[in-house]
Write a protein that binds this ligand. Structure first.
Ligand SMILES: Cc1ncc(COP(=O)(O)O)c(C=O)c1O
Length: 479
């Protein structure tokens, strides 16, 4: 017998409606009570797998059983990224319009590889990518594409740089024994090292550029390293700079780096995965200095622009270079529209593409950019409040300068010379499920990162976390 949910007839659609409304009720209830849940899941490895059926069911399972599984097994096995005391990593925000956008995307279930395979997806992508370029004040001539992640965008950038620098020969003839070099600071995200590896440069050819006391890449050191490599007969290809490093939010000097890449004929890719969104705020407009000399730029609305994962915007100075490096045209993908339309499959690595522009469009349209800017400023004010509290605390100190809503702190080194108590503090807070922060080691020192960027975080959530940290500090000191 064919289950109702497998048929597009009245009974099938009614069964879907019932299921979908129940899911909407479930999600609504989730948002009503998410702040009462432990932020980081408290399950042990293997627990969810052990509670899951060993084989796929041969016949449909009653929905009641599945909702029970959702409540009793899945929910406790989730770390709640939409919890207002989620301060770990960088946030992976959402908003109700974004969720609604994903519902629409799922509902139409289109595959948007070519203009012809979904003209609205291609043209709404072009529209929203243009909106965001304008919102962030990026150079008007840049063109962009929505990718799944910043990692993919950075890999795309290095592959394009590789082809451009080799006169588009490596793709066909291989490296031919030539040594190609990529430059980034040791604060760059791990996706840079991964991209260097995957693009075939070899991680030995990822040159780590020293940083200054604020963990920003030093342009003088960069230029010296490039000159050294040129003198050895190596081919410097690209610099990846970061606007908002993962550990502390450090910002590399984009303008000075652009000057160097232009002088030496290198590609300049900017990873602004997290802080890029702040370019919407006129008070951070200075962060745009030098961007006109950049070749590619990525930022993630899925981190701090209330559009849920996945949605990463990748911009390039020359779309021709990108399409030349990425385009491939077998007969079965050729359409009658040729150059008159934008086939985004030629703007990145995968062929198949989701309709990601819908959630971006719905979020910007239903929230409006004024409210988004105000929420970003609210998060930055919360960051300043956290910084002031750390500064006034007798046992804690700031590890590196605050960057907007990214704070890094530790227990004072005279009280914690090895960083063990700082690590224990983070573990205790996370294990209790009260709040969630990330521990990191930077320049051999332990620190905790506290990012106040979750959509629904209010001052009360931050202040109750101060009190919780105070109690935890007392508790970890007890033998
Ligand atoms: C600076 C930076 N770049 C890149 C990434 C990777 O982002 P994605 O998950 O979109 O690949 C991160 C993730 O936190 C990041 O902090």
């Amino acid at each position: 017998m064919i289950p109702d949910l497998f048929r597009n007839d009245e009974a099938g659609r009614e069964a879907f409606r019932t299921l979908a409304f129940r899911i909407v009720e479930w999600v609504t209830a989730y948002y009503r009570s998410v702040d009462a849940l432990p932020v980081r899941s408290q399950v042990r490895p293997g627990e969810i797998l052990a509670a899951s059926p060993g084989s796929a069911p041969e016949r449909p399972v009653p929905a009641d059983d599945l909702f029970r599984f959702l409540d009793e097994v899945i929910l406790p096995g989730m770390t709640h990224w939409q919890h207002p005391r989620f301060f770990a990593f960088f946030p992976g925000n959402t908003s109700f319009p974004s969720i609604a956008g994903e519902m629409l995307t799922a509902g139409m279930a289109a595959q948007c590889m070519l203009w012809e395979s979904s003209p609205a997806a291609a043209e709404l992508e072009q529209c929203t990518v243009g909106w965001c370029r304008e919102l962030l004040g990026l150079p008007a001539a840049w063109e962009g594409v929505i990718q799944d992640t910043a990692s993919t965008a950075t890999l795309t950038a290095l592959l394009t740089a590789r082809e451009w620098k080799s006169g588009f020969r490596i793709a066909t003839a291989g490296f031919g024994g030539q040594v190609y070099r990529i430059y980034a600071s040791d604060q760059a995200h791990s996706s840079v090292e991964k991209a260097v590896r995957l693009a075939g440069f070899g991680t030995d050819n990822l040159v780590r550029v020293p940083v200054d006391e604020n963990l920003a890449l030093r342009p003088d050191a960069l230029e010296a390293l490039i000159r050294e490599d040129e003198a050895r007969g190596y081919t410097p290809v690209a610099v990846v700079s970061t606007l908002g490093t993962t550990a502390t939010g450090a910002v590399d000097p984009i303008a000075a780096i652009s000057g160097i890449t232009e002088r030496h004929g290198l590609w300049h890719h900017v990873d602004a995965a997290y802080l890029g969104t702040a370019l919407m705020l006129e008070e951070y407009g200075h962060l745009r200095d030098g961007l006109e000399g950049v070749d590619s730029f990525v930022f993630n609305p899925h981190k701090w622009m209330f559009v849920q994962f996945d949605c990463s915007l990748y911009y390039v100075r020359s779309a021709d270079r990108l399409v030349r490096a990425m385009g491939i045209n077998p007969s079965y993908l050729m359409t009658a529209h040729g150059n008159r339309v934008r086939d985004y499959r030629d703007w990145g690595i995968p062929l198949g593409r989701r309709f990601r522009a819908l959630k971006l469009w719905l979020t910007l349209s239903l929230l409006g950019t004024d409210a988004i800017r105000e929420r970003l400023r609210h998060h930055i004010r919360l960051g300043a409040r956290v910084e002031a509290w750390i500064g006034a605390h007798p046992m804690l100190e700031k590890a590196y300068p605050r960057m907007m809503n990214v704070n890094s702190f530790r227990i004072r080194p005279d009280l914690d010379p090895q960083g063990e108590r700082t690590r224990a503090l983070g573990k205790a807070v996370n294990d209790a499920g009260f709040a969630y922060m990330t521990h990191a080691v930077v320049e051999s020192c332990s620190l905790l990162r506290w990012v106040t960027g979750q959509t629904y975080t209010e001052i009360g959530h931050v202040e109750e976390t101060f009190a919780h940290i105070d109690q935890t500090l007392t508790a970890i000191d007890r033998p």
